[in-house]
Design a binder for this molecule. Structure first.
Ligand SMILES: [Zn+2]
Ligand SMILES: [Zn+2]
Length: 134
């Protein structure tokens, strides 16, 4: 048994996997996530700072959700997130679409994939960006 202190409420709990957080706090965080998602959906120009303030969530947490591609900002200038490769502002994930394509291309050529496959993949990725995972 692995008993740890919850990162959020400091209570002891039975740690299994993932973030060091008790079940109650995980659920609370998930509710918060839905609230944030809703807020961004209704506020086109929402910035990471305004979301943090309006929804009372740490900027660090918001950035983590964006990196995980769970949150997508409609305006990439507002997300406060930059491409880990070239530093361009992005709306979600870790890389801008250009760098993503480059990475995918080098990955596919390394695997000797057909060009058609590449196109298919980038279309799929774009679809994914349009919708938020819950
Ligand atoms: Zn807790
Ligand atoms: Zn980039």
């Amino acid at each position: 048994m692995d008993v740890r202190n919850c990162r959020s409420c400091k209570r002891l709990f039975n740690y299994l996997t993932g973030p060091v957080m008790c079940q109650a706090c995980k659920e609370k965080l998930e509710e918060k996530f839905q609230e944030v998602k809703e807020y961004i959906r209704n506020n086109d120009m929402a910035t990471i700072a305004s979301v943090s303030e309006e929804c009372d969530v740490a900027v660090k947490q918001l950035k983590q959700w964006v990196r995980e591609e769970r949150l997508v900002f409609s305006n990439e200038e507002c997300s406060g997130i930059v491409c880990e490769n070239c530093g361009k502002p992005i709306s979600t994930g870790r890389f801008c679409s250009g760098c993503k394509n480059n990475l995918q291309n080098s990955l596919s050529s390394a695997l000797h994939k057909q060009p058609e496959k590449k196109i298919e993949k980038s279309v799929k990725d774009r679809e994914k960006m349009r919708f938020l995972k819950s």
